[in-house]
Design a protein around this ligand. Sequence first.
Ligand code: PMP
Length: 392
Amino acid sequence: MKYNFADRINHMDSKEISQIMGTLSNPKIISLSAGSPSMDLFPVKELKECANMTYTDASSSIFQYSTAEGFLPLRNWIVNKHNLENNTSFNEKNIVISNGSQQGIDLVSKTFLNKGDVILCENPTYTVALSTFKSYECNFLGIESDEHGMIISNLEKAIESVSNAKLIYIVPNFQNPTGSTWDEIRRIQLVEVATRHNLVIVEDDPYRDISFVPNVHSSITKFDSFGNVISLGSFSKSLCPGLRLGWIIANNEIIGKIALAKQVTDVQTSYILQQQVYNYLTKYDFQKHLKNISEVYKDRCTLTCNLVDEYLPESVRYKKPDGGLFIWLKLSTDVDTLKMLPKAIERGVLYFPGELFYTDRSTKNCLRLNYSSVKKDKLVEGIVKLGEVFNK
Ligand code: PMP
């Protein structure tokens, strides 16, 4: 049988990512590649108690079909947190619960993208977002960033260079893959430029709660007076990814369309799970949990930086992140990290080659290290091995 697959499924394929995923399950290989939080930090006992409460105490309506927007008490809880942290004034009508931030990206794409539309994004950026956008047959303009965020003059030039710019996609806090954070001035400038050009900004912010510094910059929604910012959030890094719970916050008109997209995609996110997580958030000390996990990740991050200084070539450059799960290494320009990957796997260590995060795959000499998912002894072992690979 010769199958006539849709073009979009081929746009989603990356043989390199499949190879990395295939290697992840090999217990002999230390993985510093996946974007996973640490399994030993998941509040499993508490979540089990909350599941029990859900099945014993909750109203039977949560077992029925319900509205696409999501479980009202959870929507209120998330919106209140967002408003308190960012001085915004959203309400329960401004939010849709999604199956993780990943579904948020997909629903926004479904809502806004026509074939040939142009997405402006950081370069490098979250590779699975690129694949999602590609599946809607759009094109990219990758915009260079410095240590403060995207370079706004370059963004403006890029917008003006095409007739069909549609969305600006950014990860403003502890970015995947670079770990970098936008400062407040760039956030304000971004909104100003997007508003002037009638573009929607998609702020993808799943790492916000994993901060190593006391104050996280405000969400871009704080600076938006015209309703052109969409904010995506997630419990994947703060609780656990297996829940598949995230959210989309935006103005009424946008959120109405996104709710329609959600309904035709999967009707609703499980209300049973939403009740379970709502129980957790209201009966346990979520802030304390965030403080605990952020401390562990900060510790692992510092150790990783020290190990990189000690074991990797002197030419390696990186900026220590203020939060999140990743460190981005720049090696000397003659190194091709994708070509080096089989050698690293042979040595028993896995990293994520930087090239896969670029819209045009133009930069070969970078790699992303994840420090959150392995314990300290394995971090040491893994980075010593990495040093052996790149010092040859
Ligand atoms: N956006 C970014 C920037 C991410 O790094 C990830 C996960 N690695 C996601 C979205 C998807 O996360 P979720 O589990 O919430 O779908």
